[in-house]
Design a protein around this ligand. Structure first.
Ligand code: PMP
Length: 452
């Protein structure tokens, strides 16, 4: 069509061709490395989805520090992707670098606790208000383990998720609402179980649907981000979570809050910041400063139920935990990160910059007359191709436009600015500066000027 999401589509395509050619010309070293990688890496990249960025071939990152990284061709970038939250507190934060350097000659993994275990758990309890904790290597794993514990603890088979959610590679959550009916996502490879038997899906912000879905008393838990962040961004309507939590309590369904992305809200996450009282909480990605690690915590009551379920089970593998979980290396990194990096002060800096960024984005969008909106959750800002903020996953999904977003991302990348792929998320870290935000806004303004 001639105009798409307010953009002149013919112009956009011409721009895309120009930017792709510019990327190829600008990155001969990355291109050569991509050629070598193709010889023995399946799909030519270490992870198949590294091919799905906006670039004709993968950009090779040489090194990263704070809010910046450099590529194989020696170009410098300001990073607003920050490893899609894995590096939310900056690349290689100094206290974490020091802790892992110190641990480097003191052992990595022993299948036994290190002295960091108790202080880390105490700090998690203080910060998140839940008393008992366990560890995993990724947020995907942590979510899987929590679902397992809570099904066991409640004796209920089903879980409930919100349409359009993402909680990592947890098979159970890949169920979508299509024309109001639950359907297993067809992109999920090699999945042979009927997921809709044990996963219930409703729209976010729909209290009546939640009430109806829980009425049967067979749903163990709701697994949710407090703000949806993986399909664009969807904020809870005022009062939604207070009312939803009452509904859950009435039906004996537990609430698991996945703070992996919404830890952008503050040192205790969105739930703490907004007075929610989850029964369980999951957090991965940046918790150990980018070293692989994830945590999950339970309320006192749920912890007791989980312990009872474990005691009642026959001896043998629980299906929870992997060999390297809670390894000494990750625990040292996490302790340093929690104690010295994820501080109130760091957050205050990030919030001020993210506010500058969100305001600037809104102004640029208005200046170019585009029907787009901007949503911010603390350090995390998203722009979406719709005039008003979406209220649920279906509305947010309808605003996604992979082609348009890639044109914008590539334009930015060719000018030394990286933002998160697969939607339009910009994250700031403690080392991001006001001048970095101003640079992003100026380049984006020029891009919109070419598109609108
Ligand atoms: N939970 C949420 C909310 C996420 O966004 C993600 C990843 N984007 C995960 C869990 C899974 O994290 P990982 O890929 O590190 O396992």
């Amino acid at each position: 069509q001639a105009i798409r999401h307010g953009v002149d589509w013919a112009r956009a395509q011409a721009l895309a061709a120009r930017e792709r050619a510019a990327f190829v010309a600008r990155n001969p070293a990355s291109q050569a490395l991509a050629g070598q990688a193709a010889e023995h890496l399946l799909f030519g990249v270490p992870m198949h989805w590294m091919k799905d960025w906006s670039t004709p071939f993968a950009l090779t990152v040489a090194e990263a520090s704070g809010a910046r990284f450099s590529d194989a061709d020696g170009h410098d970038y300001i990073d607003f992707c920050l490893g899609d939250t894995g590096a939310m507190f900056g690349h290689a934060p100094a206290p974490v670098a020091q802790a892992i350097a110190c641990q480097a000659t003191r052992g990595y993994t022993a299948m036994l606790p290190s002295p960091d275990a108790a202080p880390v758990a105490a700090e998690l309890a203080r910060r998140f208000g839940l008393p008992f904790w366990q560890f995993a290597l990724s947020a995907s794993d942590a979510n899987r383990f929590v679902l397992r514990w809570l099904r066991a603890a409640t004796g209920r088979d089903k879980i409930l998720v919100f349409n359009g959610c993402y909680h990592g590679t947890v098979d159970d959550v890949f169920v979508d609402l299509v024309d109001g009916l639950p359907v297993q996502r067809d992109s999920l490879l090699g999945q042979v179980y009927a997921l809709t038997e044990h996963t219930v899906v409703v729209e976010f912000n729909d209290l009546a649907a939640l009430e109806a879905a829980l009425a049967g008393g067979d749903v163990a838990c709701v697994l949710a981000e407090p703000v949806m962040t993986n399909i664009g961004m969807v904020l809870p309507q005022p009062g939604y979570w207070a009312a939803a939590q009452q509904i859950l309590r009435r039906h004996g369904t537990l609430l698991v809050i996945d703070e992996t992305h919404t830890i952008s809200s503050g040192p205790g996450g969105y739930a703490r910041e907004h007075g929610m009282a989850p029964d369980a909480l999951v957090l991965g990605k940046p918790i150990a400063g980018g070293v692989p690690c994830a945590v999950y915590g339970f309320s006192e009551e749920v912890a007791r139920r989980v312990e009872r379920a474990k005691r009642a089970a026959p001896a043998g593998h629980s299906g929870v935990g992997t060999t390297l979980s809670a390894n000494m290396f990750a625990m040292a990194a996490m302790r340093a990160n929690l104690e010295q990096v994820m501080t109130e002060q760091a957050y205050a800096h990030m919030f001020a910059l993210a506010a500058q960024l969100a305001d600037g984005l809104r102004a640029a969008i208005a200046r170019h007359g585009l029907p787009w909106c901007v949503t911010r959750v603390g350090a995390r800002t998203e722009f979406q191709f719709g005039a008003t903020a979406p209220r649920n996953g279906s509305e947010a999904g309808a605003m996604l436009d992979g082609e348009l977003e890639q044109i914008i991302h590539l334009y930015l990348l060719n000018r030394g600015l990286l933002i998160t792929p697969f939607h339009n998320m910009l994250l700031v870290c403690p080392q991001t500066g006001a001048e970095d935000v101003a640079r992003l806004l100026a380049v984006l303004d020029a891009c919109l000027g070419e598109l609108a």
